[in-house]
Design a protein around this ligand. Structure first.
Ligand code: 13P
Ligand code: SF4
Length: 302
């Protein structure tokens, strides 16, 4: 089916179903183009919490749709491809987190939003890449358990001066961006600003002028005087940046940084999900109530 017909059908069905389409910044360009709201994990969580629509089609990975489901128990949250998981989120289970807490009694737990609802339910605070520093700063204790992203954790420890005990998780996509890639691009574009996502390796973040969430890239690119900007994150971000700020030249730090899961949601799958009202993402009441506490604390702290 051609994209124009698909888009027409999606727009019509979206109205009939009273649905809103939320789209993460790493989604395929054609999926970004049909989004009602685009953003990072924090922005999309906030939008999910306040939407008046009855149905939320979440074009992102599973934990993002699950977070929306946690925040909107009265709405139907659909994910076009239920197999779009996040390998980093799968690097810690609730059972592993319970054992980690036992090893460090008394230390509060901050859990990156890239995690399952069960893991969030075992946590004191949730955070995203946009607010990890504010969330950790809002905590009284100086020693904090941080899961599952060791790189976001290391960056947050450096910024807050607190002792973060890190879980050994990481994003396999951002790990593909190596310091030598950034150095080679800096060599090629000596006047360029370097922006990195905090899921990047510490050495990569160390080479960046700005470290921020995906939505932060937009604000910083708009503010920057530089015409050229090297972007160390998943390549889907470049489509959004080029579309919003066409006068600047965005250069990927590495073309290898492609998240295969983020690319699983296609236009056809968005249409099917609205036609069949599938796949609904649900969270059991017991998990939802406990996980929501950690998310609510995040939404008030950061
Ligand atoms: P953001 O919250 O910065 O959009 O990041 C989400 C993510 O999965 C990055 O890999
Ligand atoms: Fe997970 Fe990394 Fe993909 Fe983000 S880019 S969804 S952290 S695997």
């Amino acid at each position: 089916m051609h994209n124009e017909k698909l888009i027409r059908d999606i727009v019509k069905l979206k109205k009939d179903r009273n649905a809103v389409i939320l789209v993460h910044n790493y989604q395929l360009p054609e999926v970004q183009d049909i989004g009602d709201i685009l953003g990072d994990s924090l922005g999309l969580s906030r939008e999910a919490a306040k939407t008046k629509a009855e149905v939320v089609v979440f074009c992102g990975v599973h934990f993002m749709a699950e977070t929306a489901a946690l925040l909107c128990p009265d709405k139907k949250v659909l994910i076009p491809d239920p197999l779009s998981g996040c390998p980093m989120a799968d690097m810690i289970t609730a059972e592993q987190l319970r054992a980690f807490k036992k090893e460090h009694p008394g230390a509060p737990v901050v859990t990156y939003v890239n995690s399952s609802a069960e893991v969030k339910a075992e946590s004191d605070y949730c955070c995203t890449s946009a607010n990890s520093v504010q969330v950790v700063n809002s905590i009284e204790e100086d020693t904090v358990l941080f899961v599952p992203d060791k790189y976001l954790g290391a960056y947050t420890a450096q910024k807050t001066g607190k002792k973060l005990i890190l879980w050994d998780g990481y994003c396999p996509t951002h790990a593909k961006i190596l310091p030598e890639h950034v150095l080679a691009k800096k060599n090629e574009y000596p006047g360029a600003l370097v922006m990195a996502h905090p899921e990047c390796r510490q050495e990569v973040c160390g080479l960046a002028d700005v470290v921020c969430s995906t939505e932060g890239f937009i604000a910083h690119s708009r503010k920057a005087k530089n015409k050229e900007i090297i972007v160390a994150t998943e390549v889907g971000m470049l489509y959004r940046l080029k579309k919003l700020i066409p006068e600047k030249n965005f250069i990927p730090a590495s073309e290898a940084a492609v998240c295969p899961n983020m690319k699983k949601n296609t236009l056809e799958k968005v249409l099917w999900s609205l036609q069949d009202m599938k796949t609904e993402v649900k969270v059991s009441d017991d998990i939802r109530v406990r996980a929501k506490k950690a998310i609510d604390r995040m939404l008030t702290a950061g």
